[in-house]
Design a protein around this ligand. Structure first.
Ligand code: DON
Length: 565
């Protein structure tokens, strides 16, 4: 037994002992629980999700209460003004997925973000009323609850209502990011918002949101109609008029989230259940896993230049396909089967050179293009029956468009920037796209969100996902490999620094300090260029050990917190 494996088993023993002695919930990391676990971006939300499980709710109930709580205590990304994806795996092994991604309003047009010269104006797609897609979160959460929930909806929304009305203490990070974004909030909103209520927020200050409270009460009492019709819809439309936005009553009334068949793939002994289009994440994740499967990654080891080089090259190839072929499959024929075909994957990695980086410009495209027929949050939940929910939800940038619906107290997304506004013009994540992801009324913009669930030998194994824009897919990819190939605990797998290649620009984006000097030199010698991005992505995950013990991975980059019982 090698030393790493020995430590791993020792770790499992320690975790096991935590079920006898009080379980460990310190520093936002939970381990040693068997009955249920919630890992989310904020302690207040994890606490509410956990309480739902403890009062007899299932993982779906806990997902609904956690998501509404995040809309209150994590205004950076939690939302009712945005959208998301949820992948579900039930105790009997069945699975499902719901797509509550925002859609382009009826009056959206292909060139709506181009200036007079025909150049892409990113300010329009990120900072204005025109930046918002029709919000999908409320419809999605209510629909998933109606199909699979156990507890009544009002019981699940009430904790979020109480949190909004009574307020909650700001963490250091949230206080600082509210202060950082204060001038944008002031500039983009006519009236004072809850987020600009203080001259300068301090850690521990209470954030109360009375207008949001009332909107949540309407949703509690009237369901879908409390948001997409009546007073809330009127407020959204009035807000649009104030800022020359285009979302109208009809858009809101007609919005509908969609059930999707999850994308299923295999990596070695593991079944990977993930999100299909309009997420690009599922396809790209499966492509990368299958490209690297044939190489002895664990033998090479975590710190070896060979492992890093191979993973970078797999990322480069998958992101090239993302840019070329992926969009909303309801509007563009995404060649899913071709992209995941074994011969195609074999050919994609065939020109991989173990000693030399492949220039991105040399990545060719063989599948014919079919004709047209920065802030997010993730949470993972497992309940006592081992139903599991992996959910990523977003308003795109931090605090979305930073436009708060007057009188309704929630922030609008700036998700329209995820469309490809002009072929090959990079968006805020430097992602480029093409026809597949062009703007069209009713269409869903391409996403990188990758909520994923893994099975091992038919049993629930891991629930994982992340925010981080373009960084999401590689963060999920690396977290999975950190556990499966590099024997890390769930927490270490999440905390470990990351690297990222997205084909274009042709550079490896890195978290500060991810590679030591020696590794950096060896990768440079193979032709890689680096760009330090500080830190990126925030993975929240749960590992289900074969003895039933649950172990959280709560990302230390944020306030993320795992709680179990
Ligand atoms: O759907 C997407 O891919 C983006 N809207 C996600 C944005 C994001 O993760 C920003 N968060 N840090």
């Amino acid at each position: 037994m090698n030393v790493k494996k020995m430590y791993f088993y020792l770790y499992i023993l320690i975790i096991a002992s935590c079920t006898i002695t009080p379980a460990n919930q310190s520093n936002g990391v939970a381990s040693g629980y068997r009955k249920g676990m919630v890992v989310s971006a904020q302690p207040e939300a994890s606490k509410i999700g956990l309480a739902t499980l403890q009062q007899g709710g299932n993982a779906i109930d806990a997902a609904v209460s956690t998501a509404f709580a995040l809309a209150v205590c994590h205004p950076t990304a939690g939302n009712i003004g945005g959208g998301g994806f949820m992948v579900l795996r039930f105790a009997d092994g069945k699975n499902d997925a719901i797509d509550f991604r925002e859609t382009a309003p009826k009056n959206a047009t292909r060139d709506m973000y181009l200036d007079k010269k025909g150049d892409f104006d990113m300010r329009l797609s990120t900072e204005t009323h025109l930046a918002s897609g029709i919000p999908g979160s409320v419809d999605g959460l209510l629909k998933v609850h109606a199909k699979y929930g156990k507890l009544p909806l009002n019981v699940l929304i009430q904790p979020a209502i109480d949190l909004a009305r009574k307020g909650f203490p700001l963490t250091e990070k949230l206080a600082s990011s509210l202060n950082h974004n204060k001038s944008a909030f002031l500039k983009r909103n006519k009236t004072k918002t809850a987020f600009t209520n203080a001259t300068a927020w301090k850690t521990g200050d209470t954030l109360r949101q009375e207008e949001l409270t009332q909107t949540l009460e309407l949703i509690r009492d009237k369901g879908r109609a409390g948001f997409y019709e009546g007073a809330t819809a009127e407020k959204i439309v009035a807000e649009m008029k104030r800022g020359n936005g285009i979302i109208n009553r009809e858009d809101l009334k007609n919005y509908s989230s969609k059930w999707r068949t999850p994308m299923i793939g295999k990596y070695k002994d593991y079944k990977v259940i993930t999100m299909p289009p309009p997420s690009s994440g599922g396809i790209a994740l499966l492509q990368m896993l299958r490209m690297i499967e044939r190489f002895p990654l664990s033998k090479w080891g975590f710190d070896s230049p060979d492992s890093k080089h191979l993973m970078i090259e797999a990322e480069r190839r998958a992101y090239a396909d993302r840019a070329k072929y992926l969009g909303d499959a309801d509007y563009f024929e995404v060649p899913v089967n071709d992209l995941l075909d074994s011969t195609y994957i074999d050919n994609r990695i065939k020109n991989f050179n173990q000693t030399k980086a492949t220039p991105s410009g040399e990545i060719g495209f063989t599948i014919p293009i079919p004709h047209e027929s920065t802030e997010t949050t993730h949470f993972s939940i497992v309940d006592s029956a081992q139903n599991a929910v992996s959910c990523t939800t977003t308003i795109n940038s931090a605090f979305g468009s930073k436009i708060v619906v007057t009188g309704a107290g929630f922030i609008l997304n700036n998700e329209m920037d995820d469309f490809s506004a002009k072929p090959n013009a990079p968006n805020q994540f430097e992602l480029i796209g093409n026809e597949a992801n062009a703007i069209k009324a009713g269409k869903r913009m391409l996403s990188s969100m990758t909520p994923t669930i893994l099975e091992k030998n038919g049993k629930l194994y891991m629930v994982v996902g992340s925010p981080g824009g373009a960084f999401i897919i590689t963060a999920v990819f690396q977290t999975i490999l950190n556990v499966i190939e590099f024997d890390m605990s769930m927490q270490n797998a999440v905390a470990t620094k990351r690297f990222h290649h997205q084909w274009m620009p042709d550079e490896v984006k890195i978290e500060t300090g991810v590679f030591n000097d020696n590794l950096m030199k060896q990768l440079e010698a193979r032709g890689h260029k680096f760009k330090d991005e500080g830190k990126f992505a925030r993975v929240d995950a749960i590992l289900i050990h074969s003895n039933g013990i649950l172990e959280s991975g709560a990302d230390p980059r944020g306030d993320d917190c795992g709680m179990g019982y």
